[in-house]
Design a protein around this ligand. Structure first.
Ligand SMILES: Nc1ncnc2c1ncn2[C@@H]1O[C@H](COP(=O)(O)OP(=O)(O)OP(=O)(O)O)[C@@H](O)[C@H]1O
Length: 742
């Protein structure tokens, strides 16, 4: 037997042995779950038989409670998660191996890497190591030769003598091969050439070295990643969460302690399967719109981000379009944050007018005392809370006086003939009325409202400009102020006003929510303005942050890398790092080459494409809208027949998508992706460009890229986002004159 055959035989034996162990564990786990289930049923039955079902008697409620807590305990031990993990491992127990001789030892260890740890607790034999275990990092980071990895007690060194990859499916070894330098070879090529699915998939078998560095980073409280389109940012974010949950087992980091801020709900649904696939519970996901709407409790919030973008796209050619753009940029800027801070100062120092507080002829506090108490806020308590404290203190001194006041009122009433017979009741009535008036008098200057304060900024002539003294304002600030004033007066609060409103609310009222959040992941970071980051900081005060974005995928604004400096400055974490990902994994080489040309000269980036080849993108002319529809219908049929699983017709706006959908659906099976819809992104879909952000499709057909539709820089960005969604095929249609952007 030659060494190759011997090695093959060894691998087959190892797989057999591992599978036998997994089957044994599955059997054990099934028995244990069955036992727990019958105990649970018995406990419920016992509770049902031994307790009353309707009662007002306290004793019997205590009884019910005792039984209930027993049932709850049993429910909490009934956890099928481990069984699920084992079943996944049965399908594919591991995907990699390396042989390692730890420094100071002579024995070579075979380290097999898979989805989860698999260890025989009786013998201590480790069949498989979890891909997140410290030693597994060697697989992702080193070629054969010297290698190191972090352990809780320091850095371990050793020698890697072999590195091997496997494809095991349905418990069968399909193939394996030895790899040396990087995992960019056959398996990666094979994975990337597959068709996409309706849900995002995990990438643990082919994580690249530079991606692994980000996933396993534990040293930074703020990690910023600038990555090209398709560079794996979202994938990395999710794998990083899985890693942190694994690492955090000791520090009790749980899925509830982590939150992902996603660009929209379609995207949230798209990524929702990755963590469960990795055997972790899903973490909370939230979009910025939800954050503000929840905070405003229905007071503001008719316009969504999608609606804002639609308006911006449509208003390009209309008067006022530019003003809206400038207003959005200004209201999200660092300068506007400074103005809001000054507004808060101005309100506290100049606007709140305290009164002397009298009751029953005694002075409880002079206006000066109240003001000093209010401004002497060394602990930085939020304004509303500080006022509440002062109010409580005043009420504390007021309460004992109420009795005295009543006695005094009784005396006064006694002297009034018409109330002779009802001295007590009438005096009490008077006392209640006066107490109410007293409270109202205090509350007049104790209540501070963020909405009214925001209005004041735009309603008081010259106030904003005065507060902006020394700051650089946009040229058309007067127009921005007057249009905002008009909007606010007519009850229209635009999406760009939400962030400043929320900022004021959080500053004034403070925030006790989300204190449990320990890690925040912000994906599509380029979509947010500095003021939104200020809001994140106020919301998730104690959290660490992973921020991932691509400055080339902004929509309504232009951006450069300095945005990441702003983010660092805002979060102000002692340990932060900025990393880049320059390699695009999503699209073929030909599509990547095409999309890079869409970036404007100044916006060119270091870009490196994966060497996966496919057909050149097509730019096709159609004479009429009807012929364009017909051609698209034919393309969808053709690509569906060729086995492509997801085909997107990307339109510029929701309005255009709506119309295209209505026409196409008469001839072809197609779904329209709507902002709040629950559609699965599979088969053929119609979607507006901005909603396609973060998603990917086997085939992308961009609809009507003509001179009118795609002309401005803003349009160019939408076009870039649309085209970079394609994995295998990109087709661009236009009717009339071709857009100068392509
Ligand atoms: N190491 C990898 N192995 C296999 N596939 C990968 C790897 N890295 C990225 N991919 C694949 O590349 C595609 C793009 O990844 P992802 O969506 O995470 O990128 P992104 O940077 O968030 O893209 P965008 O900013 O354009 O939305 C996905 O299909 C993902 O599975």
């Amino acid at each position: 037997m030659d060494s190759k055959q011997k090695s093959h035989q060894e691998e087959m034996e190892y797989l057999k042995k591992t599978l036998a162990f997994i089957n044994h564990e599955i059997e054990k786990e099934e028995c244990s779950l069955a036992e727990k289930k019958s105990d649970l049923i018995a406990a419920r039955k016992e509770m049902y038989e031994n307790t009353v079902h309707v009662s007002t008697d306290f004793e019997s409620l205590i009884d019910v409670n005792l039984y209930l807590s027993q049932v709850h305990n049993q429910i909490s031990t009934f956890n099928p998660l481990h069984l699920k993990k084992l079943n996944k491992m049965k399908n594919s127990p591991y995907f990699g191996r390396f042989d390692f001789i730890e420094q100071g030892y002579s024995e070579k260890e075979r380290i097999y890497i898979g989805l989860h740890n698999l260890m025989d607790k009786n013998t201590g034999e480790a069949y498989v190591y979890d891909w997140r275990a410290p030693i597994s990092s060697v697989f992702y980071r080193f070629e054969p030769g010297k290698a190191t990895y972090d352990t809780p007690t320091g850095i371990s060194q050793g020698d890697v003598s072999l590195k091997r990859q496997y494809l095991i499916r349905n418990s069968e070894l399909k193939y394996y091969f030895d790899c040396s330098v990087r995992i960019t070879d056959d398996i990666l090529q094979e994975v990337l050439s597959r068709n996409t699915s309706a849900k995002m998939k995990h990438i643990i078998e082919t994580i690249q070295k530079e991606q692994d560095v980000i996933i396993r980073d534990k040293d930074h409280e703020l990690l910023i990643v600038q990555g090209v389109a398709g560079g794996g940012k979202t994938s990395i974010a999710l794998h990083r969460i899985a890693f942190l949950l694994y690492e955090g087992l000791d520090s009790k980091l749980q899925s509830n302690d982590v939150i992902i801020i996603s660009p929209n709900t379609v995207f949230s649904r798209y990524i929702s399967s990755v963590l469960p696939e990795l055997g972790e519970e899903n973490v909370r996901q939230c979009i910025f719109d939800e954050l503000v709407f929840d905070a405003f409790k229905g007071r503001f919030g008719e316009e969504t981000r999608d609606m804002q973008l639609e308006t911006l796209i449509h208003s390009r050619t209309k008067t006022g379009g530019d003003l809206r753009h400038q207003s959005i940029a200004f209201k999200g800027s660092k300068i506007f944050k400074q103005i809001l801070d000054r507004l808060l100062w101005y309100y506290a120092h100049r606007i709140i007018v305290f009164d002397d507080i009298y009751y029953n002829g005694e002075i409880l506090a002079t206006r000066q005392e109240l003001k000093t108490r209010f401004l002497n806020n060394e602990m930085g308590i939020p304004m509303a809370k500080q006022l509440k404290r002062i109010e409580s203190k005043l009420l504390e001194t007021f309460h004992p006086l109420q009795k005295k006041r009543l006695q005094r009122l009784e005396k006064i009433v006694e002297n009034h003939k018409e109330h002779e017979l009802e001295i007590k009741s009438f005096s009490r009535l008077l006392a209640i009325k006066q107490a109410k008036a007293f409270r109202e008098r205090i509350q007049k200057f104790m209540l501070v409202d963020y909405g009214q304060l925001y209005e004041l900024l735009f309603n008081s002539p010259g106030l904003l400009v005065k507060l902006a003294h020394g700051l650089e304002l946009p040229e058309n600030i007067e127009e921005i102020v007057s249009s905002t004033r008009q909007n606010l007066r007519s009850g229209q609060v635009h999406y760009e006003d939400y962030t400043p409103l929320l900022y004021l609310k959080l500053k004034i009222e403070g925030n006790d929510l989300f204190s449990e959040i320990k890690h925040v992941v912000i994906d599509e970071a380029q979509d947010y303005f500095p003021l939104q980051y200020e809001v994140f900081k106020l919301l998730y005060k104690n959290a660490a942050y992973t921020v991932l974005g691509d400055i080339h995928q902004t929509m309504e604004k232009t951006m450069d890398r300095s945005v990441y400096d702003d983010i660092c400055e805002i979060f102000n974490k002692p340990k932060s790092a900025k990393l880049s990902l320059d390699k695009g994994y999503r699209s073929t080489y030909e599509i990547n080459t095409f999309t890079q040309k869409l970036l404007s000269e100044g916006g060119k980036q270091n870009y490196c494409s994966i060497e996966r080849h496919g057909e050149e993108p097509l730019v096709l002319y159609q004479e009429t809208r009807e012929s364009m529809d017909k051609a698209i219908i034919e393309e969808i049929a053709k690509y569906t027949e060729q086995g492509y699983e997801s085909i997107a017709v990307i339109c510029k706006t929701q309005a255009e998508a709506e119309k295209v959908y209505c026409r196409l659906q008469k001839s072809v099976q197609i779904t329209q992706i709507k902002p709040q819809g629950g559609e699965v992104i599979k088969g053929a879909v119609v979607i507006p460009s901005y909603m396609a952000k973060g998603l990917e499709f086997d085939v992308v057909i961009v609809y009507d890229v003509n001179k009118e539709n795609y002309a401005s820089d803003f349009d160019k960005k939408l076009l870039y986002i649309a085209c970079t969604r394609a994995l295998h095929r990109l087709i661009i249609y236009y009717q009339g004159a071709r857009s100068p952007l392509i």
